[in-house]
Design a protein around this ligand. Sequence first.
Ligand code: MRU
Length: 344
Amino acid sequence: MKQNNYVSLKFVRKDPSGENDKLVFLNQTKLPLEENYIETDNYERVAEAIEKLEIRGAPLIGIAAAYALALSVKTANENFAEKFYTAHKRLIETRPTAVNLFFALKTMKDFFEENKDSTNLYETLLGKAKDIHKEDEEFCRKIGRNGLAIFKTKAAILTHCNTGKLATGGDGTAFSVIKNAFENELVKFVYADETRPLLQGSRLTAFELEKCGIPFALLSDSSAAFLMKQNKVDLVITGADRIALNGDSANKIGTYNLALLSYHHNIPFYIAAPSTTIDRTIATGDEINIEYRDKSELLSFYDKQITSPGYDAFTPAFDITPSHLITGIITEEGVFNFPYNFTR
Ligand code: MRU
């Protein structure tokens, strides 16, 4: 039974003592066929959820990790630092590409170090995790508002992966632009790439488009050139997992293909992301650590073996789009255009 409203992740206080506090998250691996919420107060369960992509999307994994760090000291009476740093070490190793994870973990670690003598460390850390969550919600709202500037007429949009409420603390990044533009009658139709191999497009973006009443069709990742050739795409908008100072952007594998196709067909290609996705320590995309997934994700489809388990496979989860192919980067601060010179 589908619920009308859904949340990707929320913190729930069940009674004033805080003893039964839970982080509640939607298990994204089951969507859209099952809407299963999981409750936990165990940081290890959150780390597992990030690894298994039950919780995913660059901003959301940062938010989840921040709550997980607060939970790591929830029942502690002593050895707070040991518990906190053990959890921090575990969470930092969950996924390597989205910089939002590292940004949130560093923010929490700096905050822990400033407040380690607090009389109620759990509540103090929880407050900071909630701030990170709220800030992302606000960034999403501003990205949606700023994104209206890229629309000249009512547009047909192509998007890739999932960038909505399921990936962030608010309405999304690219998805927030699409949703806000749709509400302002600036969107005709959305084409959602299926996004092989884990189908974030056909499972998650489709789920969110349906919930928002936005007309859409799915397409296989290999159909984009043919669709563009027929003049059926006015704009391409995707999210990002890490952006270098020169604007090179890592996003879900297949994004670079779309940027090249957009360039060839003279279609504007935009990235939407909060400023927390900009890695201020790296000059170009060459320095981005790309996650490689288990080859079973290509050799099987869910539990069904579809080719020989002995075959080798090329399994990057992300690619890097060079900045000259990106027409604009939409953040909560505004729309930036090539050449990009984000500051350290
Ligand atoms: O592997 P995933 O599903 O976590 O990858 C997510 C993406 O690539 C999104 O496009 C990106 O995080 C931007 S979402 C706001």
